[in-house]
Structure formats: C-alpha cells, structure tokens
Design a protein around this ligand. Structure first.
Ligand SMILES: Cc1ncc(COP(=O)(O)O)c(C=O)c1O
Length: 336
C-alpha cells in the first residue's frame, strides 16, 4: 500500500501522504464535496461547470437540496469554459470550485492552467476530477495549483473499484467514510490492498510510458476520425479538436439514431457509447452536448469513440470498414 501511494504521488507530482485511497473516482468526488457539507455548518456556494460527471453532479444536487447555491458555469459550442466566467461565478461565500478536467463524453480539456492560478490568487479551493486525464496527459501538481484531485484506476489500465483523492496540504477536507483509522483517519475501512497495488502499478507504468501512449493513442484516434470524415458524409466532430484528450473523439452522424449504431457495432464486437461510456445503454440525450448548444436530436445521433490498450490500427480499420454501411442503414431506418 505504501509503495503504491508513492507510485501514485510520483505520477502526479504530489506527496505520498496526500494520497487517500478510495473505491474509485465516484467515492473520491463525493468525498471532495463532503468537505462543503461540513464547512462552517451553514450552506454556502459552490461553483462548477454545466458539463460535470454525474458523480459530481449528484452530490451537488444534494447540496442544493440542503440549501446550498450551486453556480453552473456554461461552456461554449466547443465545450470549453471561459476562465473569466469561472472567476465571475465566485461569491464571498464560495467554499469550493469543482471542475471536470477532461470531459468523459467529448474528451474536451478545460483550460485549467488558466483557471487554477486565478482561484489560488483568490484563496478559493479547487477540486478537479482528473479521472479521464491521468495516464493520458501530463499531470503535475507542483505546477498546477489544485487542492483536491480525483482519479480512478481503471481509466489508466488498473483494476476496477479503486482510485484515490489527492488532498493537498491545507486543502479543505472531511472524511466521507467514518469508523476506522485507515488512511490517516481520512477514509475508514480496511484497504483494498490488491486494488491499491494495481493502481500503483498502473501509475508506475503510466509514468514510464506516457509520451509513447499519448503519441500512440493520438495517432489511432486521428486515423479513426480522418477515416470517418473521408468515408461518411454529414459526420460532425463534437467539441474542440485542439484541446482534447489523445484517446477520445465524439462524432455526430446526422440523421442516424446513436443507440441503433451502438447495438449494430456491438454485434460486430466494437464497443462505443452514446454519451458517457459508464452510462452506456442510457437513452437520455447527453447533458454535455446540450450544454454545447446541440439539439436533443443531434445529441441522440452522437457517438463517443475511445481508444486504449488493446486497440491497434487493424482494429481502427475494421471500424472504418463496417461503420459507413451501418450509418447508412441507421439513416435509412430513421428516415422511413
Ligand atoms: C470523469 C469521470 N469521473 C468519475 C468517474 C467515476 O469513476 P468510477 O466509476 O471508477 O467511480 C468516471 C467514470 O468511470 C469518469 O469518467
């Protein structure tokens, strides 16, 4: 456990004692927001974005129900936050800002390097959900003034059911799980030792392989997008193509039903999702695409593709071989 703590810390530029192991990013996000509920005993404000993951959005909704004010800063058509708008959302009673760094539906990366220093100057703590970024992007907490950071092992090739919250020195913190001395009393309950060891190993590998991974994933993702653009008319990329994770592309296939494509691709052994991968099978139009100004219809026609370990050029070419026909058939079915 202590070796894993050092491995996680080394990947992130944090101190080992700042790492609190959890059962994943959902628990880490809930724990980060728990500090609000306990702060001062009186409801205050939290600022966030309109494109958060449900594991932040749901605890925020619970805070709202308890009388807190939650300010959701909108994003532009590219899915990006304006740093000025985040600063403008602060109020004298703002206890925390919580932001999703790399979006799990579009891969869009928020300009944290321009937001975090502004919040630090104002003394407002920042929690970042970096679940999609760790292992796919250089994360260096020595340079980025973030107070709390969540991650999940399975997003960087580690086991499911384990993650951590990094609690930087001086950050506001209250434990979510009470009743044990583990993790320096910051998370009660016997540690998930095999999971934690797996997270540590995944972080150690990521530290070594990061540049190569970013190049490799990026090349596969670009091959996929270029192929889609070439072979499929009326395919539109959702979100910024510059500020985006190396492994993700979200595409709207105008006039086709996303869930029909998900099922048709599944029969071909190809796993994609409409909206969030973890909510695959959900038929609600994506709140992320809605916040970017896309209509419910456009959101329903959008698919999220991501590459990772086990995907190679042959796999991408197989997707490109079957997708044009599946899109054409899904369009015909929708039109009839
Ligand atoms: C951005 C983001 N945050 C949080 C989570 C939740 O992680 P977990 O299900 O491992 O708790 C996920 C998805 O898994 C995610 O993509």
């Amino acid at each position: 456990v202590e070796r894993a703590r050092a491995e996680v810390a080394a990947l992130l530029g944090a101190e080992p004692e700042e790492v609190v192991f959890t059962a994943g990013a959902t628990e880490a996000n809930n724990t980060a927001l728990e500090a609000c509920r306990r702060a001062g005993g009186r409801p205050g404000s939290v600022a966030t974005s309109a494109v958060e993951h449900p594991s932040v959005e749901a605890p925020l909704a619970a805070l709202e129900a308890a009388g807190w004010r939650v300010v959701r800063v909108p994003v532009d058509a590219e899915g990006l936050l304006d740093p000025e708008a985040v600063v403008a959302a602060l109020a004298p009673d703002t206890v925390l800002v919580t932001l999703l760094w790399g979006n799990n539906e579009t891969g869009v990366l928020q300009p944290l390097e321009r937001i975090a220093p502004r919040l630090r100057e104002r003394g407002v703590p920042l929690h970042v959900d970096a679940t999609q970024c760790v292992g796919k992007l250089g994360v260096d907490l020595r340079r980025l003034p973030v107070d709390l950071l969540s991650l999940s092992a399975h997003k960087l090739g580690g086991p499911k059911g384990v993650g951590c919250l990094v609690v930087r020195r001086g950050a506001p913190f209250a434990p979510l799980l009470l009743g044990g001395p583990q993790e320096r009393r910051r998370r009660g309950g016997t540690e998930n030792v095999p999971g934690i060891a797996g997270l540590g190993a995944a972080c150690a590998l990521a530290l070594r392989e990061l540049p190569e991974r970013m190049r490799g994933f990026g090349a596969l993702r670009d091959r996929l997008w270029e192929g889609i653009r070439e072979k499929i008319p009326r395919a539109r990329r959702n979100g910024s193509a510059e500020r985006v994770l190396c492994n993700t592309v979200n595409v709207e296939f105008e006039g086709a039903a996303g869930e029909v494509l998900v099922q048709a691709l599944d029969l071909e052994g190809i796993a994609v999702s409409t909206g969030a991968a973890c909510a695959s099978g959900s038929t609600h139009p994506s709140h992320v695409l809605a916040a970017m100004g896309r209509s419910p219809q456009a959101a329903r026609s959008s698919l999220r593709f991501s590459v990772g370990h086990g995907v190679d050029e042959r796999g991408i070419d197989r997707v490109l071989a079957v997708l044009p026909d599946l899109v054409a058939r899904a369009r015909e079915a929708e039109a009839s």
